[in-house]
Design a protein around this ligand. Structure first.
Ligand SMILES: [Zn+2]
Length: 502
């Protein structure tokens, strides 16, 4: 049985999804979860792209144990040097450098010939090797590159010291039989291929990223690049949960498996949804809300007699358990801390005290506190941003034949300002009051309300995505009152914008 390496790029390619920008605290929280999930490599960012990316990679390198930490770098000296500076504190580290190889890219984007592209690729792999042992090279737009030249580049970069060669279907153009045969050709034609791992990076423009990645495994690939929930540029990347569960469920066919702790899949999915504000469609394979619900009477009958009749994966395998009441008003600090540790969260004393105060307030409003409530509460603890603006008070009035109005008091740098505004509805009135008090101008890209658990006393969780200039951020707010949650989410997004460029 072969072990296929899982290279997670949620923090790099995933972050390129519109509106999915994350701050350092959020990236660190995801990286820690990826380590619990058992991914082999975390691509933590693109070091030279921004100071925020650089800091995030550096923080993850020194605080996350287990996986190899990787930074992306163009085939340029400055990029490779910056990547090294970002990852140097990681016990296991990798530089991932790339250069286009397709004729379309070389001719129109780079205006260089094939020989020059090959020379640059080899030189930069050598430079990366002077910093680290573990170097990955990607010939960008590989699936539209002439095969003979592609093999020549791969052989040369392996000779120069690359130990992973990644074949990206950059524009999501390939189909499984074709992509499989590209991998097979590389496997058969590149003389020194046994000195490197073949990796694949598939995009989902035609809905084929998982299928293409699996076809590659059947033809000799040993690493898959993917993201949680399949987020990423355009239609996204190969979904970690899909490819991992396909390999696990059909290991008889693939004769391969991964190191993933599948029981952590659901939690990873929810965390990424929460932080990026990108929801998963209900019918999504593995992690969609309906993935394990059987509606057909015939199926239900079979399941009652024996689970294996219609269930190919048990919900427990991916860490999905029935929501259950865990804590309440009378639960003490010890029970609170113990449950958090069971859920995989270890807070420092100060964070724990703060989270416990908020837990007590929530328990006053809502008699049963579920794991989902705790996760929401704790992740806010991890992802705090400096609060330029904070909500002090709010009241709204709305109804039939009445113009909706909202009164808000917001503290801005120690000064409390109060205003009342009208709007098309109470939420519109609140948002108008917030922008009027803070004097901010940003565009609302998305407003979404969800219930964290069932029941009419459930907490509402609101995501507000705001855009200002070339930046977009997602703010979150949770409260048993969705009106208050909405105001909190909008203000959280403004605080993120105010906190400056990532
Ligand atoms: Zn990509």
């Amino acid at each position: 049985m072969r072990t296929i390496k899982i290279f997670d790029t949620t923090l790099r390619d995933g972050e390129q999804s519109p509106g999915a920008a994350m701050n350092i605290g959020e990236k660190l929280q995801i990286a820690k979860q990826l380590a619990r999930l058992g991914v082999d490599i975390i691509e933590a960012g693109f070091a030279i792209s921004s100071p925020g990316d650089f800091e995030a990679i550096k923080t993850i390198s020194s605080e996350v144990e287990g996986p190899v930490i990787c930074s992306l770098a163009r085939a340029k000296e400055s990029d490779i040097k910056r990547s090294w500076e970002a990852i140097q504190d990681a016990p296991k580290r990798r530089i991932h450098t790339f250069h286009s190889t397709s004729e379309i890219h070389l001719k129109y984007q780079f205006r260089i010939d094939q020989a020059e592209a090959l020379k640059r690729s080899v030189e930069m792999v050598k430079l990366a090797r002077s910093y680290v042992e573990d170097v990955e090279f990607s010939p960008m737009d590989a699936t539209r590159t002439e095969l003979g030249y592609l093999c020549e580049v791969i052989e040369a970069v392996i000779e120069a010291g690359a130990s992973t060669v990644n074949i990206p279907d950059t524009v999501g153009y390939s189909i499984p039989s074709e992509f499989g045969s590209v991998i097979k050709s590389i496997h058969d034609r590149v003389k020194n291929i046994n000195k490197a791992v073949i990796s694949v990076h598939c995009h989902n423009d035609l809905g084929l990223s998982t299928s293409n990645s699996l076809a590659a495994v059947l033809n000799g690939a040993g690493q898959i690049e993917c993201t949680i929930n399949g987020i990423g540029e355009r239609a996204g990347n190969c979904s970690m949960e899909e490819v991992v569960m396909a390999l696990r469920t059909r290991s008889d066919l693939f004769n391969a498996d991964t190191n993933i702790v599948t029981e952590e899949i659901m939690r990873s999915s929810k965390l990424v949804t929460k932080i990026t504000g990108m929801s998963v469609q209900p019918n999504k394979a593995i992690v969609g809300a309906n993935a394990f619900s059987h509606e057909s009477g015939i199926h239900q009958d079979g399941l009652l007699k024996d689970k294996s009749t219609y269930e190919i994966i048990t919900p427990e395998t991916i860490g999905l358990h029935k929501t259950k009441f865990v804590l309440g008003k009378l639960s003490g600090r010890h029970a609170f801390r113990t449950r958090l540790i069971e859920l995989g969260y270890e807070l420092g004393d100060e964070e724990l005290n703060h989270a416990f105060d908020r837990f007590k307030k929530l328990a006053d409003q809502k008699k049963e506190i579920f794991d989902e409530d705790l996760e929401s509460l704790v992740s806010e603890e991890f992802t705090t941003v400096p609060e330029k603006y904070s909500l002090v008070d709010l009241s709204v009035s709305s109804g039939i034949n009445r113009e909706p109005a909202a009164m808000l008091k917001i503290k801005i740098d120690e000064k409390i300002i109060e205003k009342t505004e009208n709007g098309d509805g109470p939420i519109d009135a609140i948002f108008r009051a917030i922008t009027s008090i803070t004097g901010t101008k940003s565009k609302l890209l998305k407003y979404e309300v969800k219930a964290i658990t069932g029941g009419t006393d459930a907490q509402g969780e609101v995501v507000c995505s705001l855009e200002k200039g070339d930046r977009s951020v997602s703010g979150h707010g949770a409260d048993t009152d969705i009106i208050i949650a909405s105001a909190k989410a909008y203000i959280n997004a403004l605080n993120k914008l105010a906190a400056g460029k990532r």
